[in-house]
Write a protein that binds this ligand. Structure first.
Ligand code: ATP
Length: 524
């Protein structure tokens, strides 16, 4: 702050550090220590660069970006309308439009362009060239081609030479013209070692998940785990977001808490159990079953994560769910649910829970040339009991199921052959949460104001953070009633000493007792 700050990077002070640590600990406790089927990992932030080629991040981890031709600011193209709604200049123009319509008086807009608009949106065509722009708009309206809604009105006001350029989208910052969107890779790049060359490029990880995939075989071979099991990791991730916004909701350095839960492919489940348990409304998710297919595991993790949020004070009243439609899904995902939180600035993603098939492991197997398949004894034992006829039936069904994915009979047979030998690449369910977003959500949910009347009858509004005790930065505050009574102070100090080793506590003897309570209410 003393240097003006850096957009998209945030520090947490004493209370925030405690709050965040508590959240991190509750996640770790719930996701690993409370379970016997999940283990932890703590991988490095900078990994072998090929990890990011294999994962697809080098080629495709990008957002569309436009540059303002006037103020030179960069804008994320798929978010410019959301940003526009927050701008003073659009809000100011909106006040000039007849409510609920796109109608306005040209003279009123012209006056705005020559006056107020100069400060609010200096590069809007209406401001730079008011008479020409407004006459264009008036002419278009006369021809019946006027703005259809407020969004289009802003485009009209941003466009000077409509006949030549077509409507342009205005820069949210200054109203100027934006360039066409182009992909911008979000990974921070650096170099390892003393020489900066193309041969020693490395990246700050944009997610923690890939380390779990590349260490999958190591963990499997060195821990007493077998599929289904999970690997969890908490750590920093970095994305060079084009437009970091809404405090810690979208920042450039943030912390992720991710689990990769590895499961048997449905085909292996079918070979072992003769059937695959699929999701149906009302299915029991309280106890897992070996016959579950990926759909059940996916639903199970949505349920688990919902229970977790409830345990830190984010109940279903403040959450929402977005089941991605087929056209929204990443090409490798079979299903993705976003758990959303009702932030003051809109209902936005808190966590994504994706069923990713075997995409990641198969990519790393391909790029590294190392076998990442697991050998499943139960599968081998089940297959050994099958007759040749049953095996053939299995391959036929496999081929039928996969035909729509353009898989040939030979490919189906080769895949079945691996399964018959007991080998497969596990599929994965990935609950991926952001710690900083969660901290922001918790603060937003806990924030309250109460109006109280003091002894003199004066009304006062006070801030209260109603944080869940599990995550509250301070668990207990100890106040001697009077600081000039040694026996009271001694007792209070004794209580303090007995608690300090067990929890974060706060000792305070200064000021009126009411004020000391209030300070604690304020920090939750
Ligand atoms: P968005 O669509 O909001 O950019 P995403 O779908 O790209 O998010 P994921 O890649 O699924 O996000 O990352 C998992 C989680 O990490 C998100 O649900 C969010 O909580 C957190 N996260 C992602 N990007 C950021 C960021 N820039 N700042 C803070 N948290 C983030």
């Amino acid at each position: 702050e003393i240097y003006g700050g850096l957009n998209g990077f945030w520090d947490y002070g004493p209370m925030g550090a405690e709050l965040k640590r508590n959240l991190r600990d509750t996640w770790w406790q719930t996701m690993t220590r409370d379970r016997d089927d999940v283990v932890g990992l703590d991988a490095s932030i900078i990994m072998h660069p090929t990890v990011w080629t294999a994962s697809g991040h080098v080629d495709t981890f990008s957002d569309p970006m436009s540059t303002c031709k006037h103020c030179k600011k960069l804008v994320r193209s798929d978010q410019w309308w959301a940003m526009m709604a927050e701008q003073n200049w659009t809000q100011s123009i909106a006040e000039l439009i007849e409510p609920g319509t796109n109608r306005f008086q040209p003279a009123v807009l012209l006056k705005w362009g020559k006056g107020k608009g100069k400060q609010l949106a200096p590069n809007l065509a209406l401001v730079r060239n008011p008479d020409v722009t407004i006459s264009w708009v008036a002419e278009e309206i006369e021809k019946g081609r006027g703005p259809a809604d407020a969004t289009e009105l802003y485009k009209f006001l941003a466009t000077e030479q409509m006949a030549i350029t077509g409507l342009v989208t205005p820069c949210p910052h200054c109203g100027g013209e934006l360039t066409a969107p182009r992909p911008f890779n979000l990974m921070f790049r650096s170099h390892y070692g003393p020489v900066e060359s193309e041969d020693n490029i490395c990246y700050l990880r944009p997610e923690t998940a890939q380390a779990i995939f590349v260490q999958f075989k190591n963990v499997l071979d060195s821990s007493r785990v077998k599929v289904p099991f999970g690997i969890a990791q908490i750590g920093k991730a970095f994305r060079n977001e084009i437009t970091p916004r809404n405090y810690t909701f979208r920042s450039r350095e943030f912390e992720q808490m991710e689990l990769e839960f590895f499961i048997r492919p449905d085909d292996a489940v079918r070979l072992i159990h003769g059937q695959v348990e699929k999701w149906r409304e009302g299915a029991d998710l309280s106890a897992t079953s070996p016959a579950w297919g990926w759909e059940m595991w996916h639903r199970y993790w949505v349920d688990q994560r919902t229970k977790y949020y409830d345990s830190v004070g984010l109940g279903t009243d403040v959450l929402d769910y977005h089941w991605q439609k087929p056209e929204e899904l990443a090409h490798y995902a079979r299903a993705t649910v976003d758990i959303l939180f009702k932030f003051p600035f809109g209902t936005e993603e808190l966590e994504g829970i994706a069923a990713r098939g075997d995409f990641d492991l198969s990519q790393h197997q391909k790029f590294s040339g190392k076998q990442l398949e697991v050998f499943d004894e139960e599968l081998k034992a089940a297959v050994d009991k099958l007759s040749d006829e049953q095996k053939k039936e299995f391959i036929d069904k496999l081929f039928e199921d996969r035909k729509c994915a353009d898989t040939t009979r030979e490919e189906s047979a080769a895949y079945a052959d691996k399964l018959f030998k007991g080998f497969y690449l596990p599929h994965v369910i990935e609950p991926s949460a952001g710690l900083d977003r969660m901290a922001l959500a918790v603060l937003a949910a806990a924030f309250d104001e109460e109006t109280v009347t003091d002894e003199k009858g004066k009304a006062e509004t006070r801030t209260v953070l109603r944080l869940h005790p599990r995550i509250a930065p301070v668990k207990c505050a100890i106040f001697p009633l009077l600081k000039n009574r040694p026996e009271l102070v001694a007792k209070a100090r004794e209580v303090e000493a007995s608690l300090r080793r067990h929890m974060n506590i706060f000792y305070d003897e200064a000021g009126a007792i009411g004020r000391r309570y209030r300070r604690q209410d304020e920090i939750g």
